[in-house]
Write a protein that binds this ligand. Structure first.
Ligand code: ZN
Length: 386
C-alpha cells in the first residue's frame, strides 16, 4: 500500500515530538518511545487511508518489454474494424433504430467475452428541442463487487441532422464510433488478462461507460447536450457504494474517468487539461515512448508524439463535465485541435487513419494493464529451455 502522504505527515509528527521526548525521557524510555512511534506510523500507513483516498496514492506497475510485447500481440486492428467498428458506423441519434442496433451490438460483444462483464442499462426519457426522447447509457463493469474502478468512457450516439440533410448519412466515425470500438477491442484483446485480474484483485476493477445523447440535438446549451452523462452522473451520485454504504456513493468509486472522444484522425495531439491527473497523461507519454522504442508503433517516426503532458490546453465541454463537477478526477483524451472533419459529412470511414488507431489501441491497452496492475502471462520461449 502506498503511503507517501501519511509517511510525511508521521515524519513531521515524529520530528516535532522527538525534541520534547528527548528533554524529558531517559535512554531506555527513548527506545520504547521510538518503537511505539514506528509502530504507530506503520499502523497509520497500512490501515489509515480511507478507501476513497486510495486513488490519490495509486501506483501503477510498469510492464517489462516482454510483457508489453505479449500484451499488444493480442490486439488486431482488422478484427476491430470488421467486428466492432463497422456496426457502429450507422445513424444512431437518440431514439433511432440505429441507436437500438448499436446498443445491442455493444451488449452482444461484451456478453461474448470470457471475463464476465456485467452490463446494466440506464434508460430514461428527457425533454429535447424535438420533444421527449428516450436515452440509454450502457455501464459495463468487470467486477461489480470491487470498491474502485478505472473508468473508460465514450459516447455512442451520433449527431442528429434534420430532414433536409437526409440522403447523406452522418457516420460520426471519430465522433465517437472509433473510441467506442477501441473500448470493445480493448475488452476483447485483454480478455484473458482482465479475467485473471478480476479473480486476483478484490478492490480495483475496470468499468466501461457508453453514453447516449452527448450531442446537442439542435444547438449546444446546458440542457441540449450531455443528456446521458448528466443523467448517469446524477444517478451514480445517488447510488450508495459499496452496497449499503451510508456516506459514499458510486462516484467515490471512480479512481479516474478516462474519456475518449474525436479519435481516429491522423496526427492527434493530446494536451493537458487537468493538472490533478497530468501524471497519468505522463504515463501515456511514457508508454508511447516505450512502444516506439520497441518498434511497436506504425507510421510513428521520432518526430511524432501524441501525448503532451507539459502542454496546457483549454477545457472542452464533453461528457466528463457532470462527473468533474462532482469531484471525479478526469483524463480527457480529445485531440487539440479537433479533427478537420469534425461535424462534417467527411467524418466517415474513408477518412480514418488506421495506423493512428492501431497505435492508440496499443498505448491505451498497456495503460489499462499497468493501472490495474495486471501483468500478462509471457509464454516461455522453447528455444531458451535447455
Ligand atoms: Zn460531436
Amino acid at each position: 500500500m502506498i503511503c507517501s502522504f501519511h509517511r510525511e505527515e508521521a515524519g513531521m509528527w515524529r520530528g516535532a515530538t522527538t525534541a520534547m521526548a528527548e528533554r524529558s525521557l531517559g535512554p531506555s524510555k527513548m527506545r520504547l518511545f521510538y518503537t511505539v512511534a514506528i509502530w504507530v506510523t506503520l499502523i497509520h500507513c497500512t490501515d489509515g487511508i480511507p478507501w476513497t483516498e486510495e486513488k490519490l496514492h495509486h501506483r501503477a506497475f510498469t510492464l517489462t518489454r516482454a510483457e508489453i510485447s505479449t500484451a499488444v500481440s493480442h490486439t488486431d486492428l482488422e478484427q476491430m474494424w470488421q467486428r466492432d467498428l463497422r456496426p457502429l458506423l450507422v445513424t444512431r441519434y437518440p431514439g433511432s433504430a440505429g441507436s437500438t442496433a448499436v446498443q445491442e451490438h455493444i451488449k452482444t460483444v461484451l456478453a461474448g467475452l470470457g471475463a464476465g462483464w456485467e452490463v446494466t442499462e440506464d434508460k430514461f426519457m428527457s425533454q429535447t428541442p424535438y420533444g421527449p426522447l428516450p436515452f440509454t447509457n450502457l455501464v459495463a463493469t468487470l467486477n461489480s463487487s470491487a470498491t474502485r474502478q478505472l473508468v473508460l468512457a465514450c459516447h455512442y450516439d451520433s449527431k442528429y441532422y434534420p430532414p433536409q440533410w437526409h440522403g447523406r448519412e452522418f457516420q460520426g466515425a471519430t465522433d465517437s464510433a472509433v473510441p467506442c470500438a477501441m473500448m470493445l477491442e480493448l475488452a476483447r484483446a485483454l480478455d484473458v488478462e482482465l479475467k485473471a485480474q478480476k479473480s486476483s484483485s478484490a478492490d480495483l476493477t475496470l468499468q466501461l461507460l457508453f453514453f447516449d445523447g452527448e450531442e446537442a440535438l439542435f444547438q449546444w446549451t446546458p440542457t441540449d447536450s450531455l443528456y446521458g452523462s448528466r443523467h448517469l452522473a446524477q444517478k451514480m451520485e445517488a447510488t450508495p457504494h459499496p452496497a449499503g454504504a451510508t456516506d459514499t456513493n458510486q462516484l467515490h468509486g471512480m479512481d479516474l474517468l478516462v474519456l475518449l472522444d474525436l479519435i481516429g484522425g491522423p496526427s492527434p495531439t493530446f494536451g493537458n487539461q487537468f493538472p490533478s491527473t497530468s501524471h497519468w497523461l505522463s504515463r501515456l507519454q511514457s508508454i508511447e515512448k516505450r512502444l516506439h522504442s520497441m518498434n511497436q508503433l506504425v507510421d510513428h517516426p521520432d518526430s511524432v508524439q501524441y501525448f503532451w503532458p507539459n502542454i496546457p490546453v483549454g477545457h472542452v465541454q464533453d461528457d466528463h463535465i457532470p462527473f468533474l463537477n462532482r469531484g471525479v478526477r478526469v483524463l480527457h483524451l480529445i485531440p487539440s485541435p479537433f479533427p478537420s472533419v469534425w461535424h462534417t459529412f467527411d467524418d466517415n470511414e474513408q477518412n480514418l487513419d488506421r495506423a493512428t488507431i492501431q497505435n492508440l489501441n496499443k498505448i491505451i491497452q498497456v495503460f489499462v494493464l499497468e493501472y490495474l496492475n495486471a501483468r500478462p502471462a509471457v509464454p516461455s520461449n522453447p528455444q531458451n529451455v535447455p
